[in-house]
Design a protein. Sequence first.
Length: 70
Amino acid sequence: MAGTPPAVATTGPLLTDTNCMPDQPDISHCHNALWLTDGSTITVRHDHDIRRHPCFTPGETVRVVSVGET
């Protein structure tokens, strides 16, 4: 959504978790700002089934990978 995706997998603390209201089939489309280990920040959309996976909590460390990377 904003910022440059990392070239390789990295981690960083979550700064925000907004837009968490789920839609009709209980899919949440959260907007998350993250501070990456290289000092940059990115904002991503995290689509998840809120019945199975809760929203993130600001301060939680998450792993970020580029599309196609595992």
